[in-house]
Design a binder for this molecule. Structure first.
Ligand code: NAP
Length: 307
């Protein structure tokens, strides 16, 4: 998913913070950005620029290529450059937590931030991926996340951990994570039990464990990267899904993943990560502007990228 692959450098951004360089003359003036490495593929600029146009705001959202070494400087330059905040993507979501002045209560346990906002020069860190996921489930299946028994494949990874914590905070009736590295899964389950007081079952990601678990699960979430590349296998073996399952694949890179193909063949309702991408962006937009976001304009901008 991409439109034009234009991006600026962290050095250009440092110049803007000093009132110089190529970003100073950009029109509309840049006031928001995504920091990532790589960043050229990001769908965030068209989505947030559609929101700015719908609100009649004279500003734009740009891509800035920021390496891990450049991240502290780029975050520090946000306020002097007159920015409202930034979106963070790989590889910055975990490390940025230690570089902000203030963290949302929930971001700490989620283990990652994907959004920063600037208020009175203070850099605040937020996680909108997880509540965006909950909103996506509601939109796709018409059922609140809190009513579903969930199985999270890759539940101890970056996005998986945030989703698992969101399920715990919402009070899902049962939560199981299946992680390739079971020690990471067990450690997260202990952390959630101690900090939120919610039981999470942790399993290795293998056929026999999943076969017995799936009969008592409503919603299966893929939070592994399997499906991002054409030809990727599914995190689930063939023949495990049934028509009563709901399947949410967080992958949004386009095309039908093997997991979504398995779901359709089993008669299960399924959705890809497009709606999570939209809803995490809507929540970011609300944080930056403090008012409801023009969701349909943002959705249309993302849909145009897919077609
Ligand atoms: P990550 O931090 O690298 O975590 C990956 C997780 O998947 C880990 O639990 C890892 O297990 C597991 N894993 C990796 N390769 C695997 C394999 N071959 N077989 C089984 N398990 C495997 O990645 P991430 O940043 O969380 O991204 C995960 C997915 O979330 C991606 O598909 C991404 O596109 C999606 N995502 C979507 C949105 C959205 O808005 N739709 C937002 C964020 C992320 P170990 O712990 O054992 O290494």
């Amino acid at each position: 998913m991409s439109n034009d692959a234009k991006f600026f450098s962290a050095a250009d951004f440092a110049l803007l913070a000093r009132g110089e360089g190529p970003l100073k003359t950009l029109q509309p003036p840049p006031r928001l950005a995504i920091f990532g490495d790589p960043v050229a593929h990001s769908a965030s600029p068209p989505m947030h620029n559609a929101a700015a146009r719908a609100r009649g705001m004279d500003l734009q959202f740009i891509r800035i290529l920021v390496s891990p070494e450049e991240l502290p400087g780029a975050l520090h330059n946000l306020a002097p450059a007159g920015f409202l905040g930034a979106s963070l993507t790989m590889p910055h979501k975990q490390k940025a937590m230690k570089m902000v002045d203030h963290l949302d209560d929930r971001a700490e346990i989620m283990g990652a931030i994907n959004t920063v906002s600037i208020r009175d020069g203070i850099i605040r860190g937020h996680n909108t991926d997880a509540p965006g996921f909950a909103a996506a489930v509601r939109e796709e299946f018409g059922i609140p996340l809190r009513d579903l028994r969930v199985l999270i494949l890759g539940g101890a990874g970056g996005a998986g951990r945030a989703i698992t914590v969101q399920c715990a905070l919402e009070g899902c009736p049962s939560i199981t994570i299946a992680n390739r590295n079971p020690a990471k899964g067990e450690s997260l389950a202990t952390e959630i039990r101690e900090s939120i007081g919610k039981e999470v079952a942790s399993l290795p990601l293998d056929l026999e464990n999943l076969r017995t678990t799936l009969s008592s699960v409503d919603l299966i979430i893929n939070a592994t990267p399997l499906g991002m590349k054409t030809g990727d296998s599914s995190p689930l073996s063939e023949g495990l899904l049934s028509s009563h399952h709901l399947v949410y694949d967080t992958v949004y890179s386009g095309g039908e993943t093997t997991l979504l193909r398995q779901s359709t063949e089993a008669g299960a309702r399924c959705a890809n990560g497009f709606s999570m991408l939209l809803h995490q962006g809507v929540l970011q937009n609300v944080l930056w502007f403090g008012e409801p976001a023009p969701i349909e304009n943002m959705r249309a901008a993302l849909t145009a990228l897919r077609n």
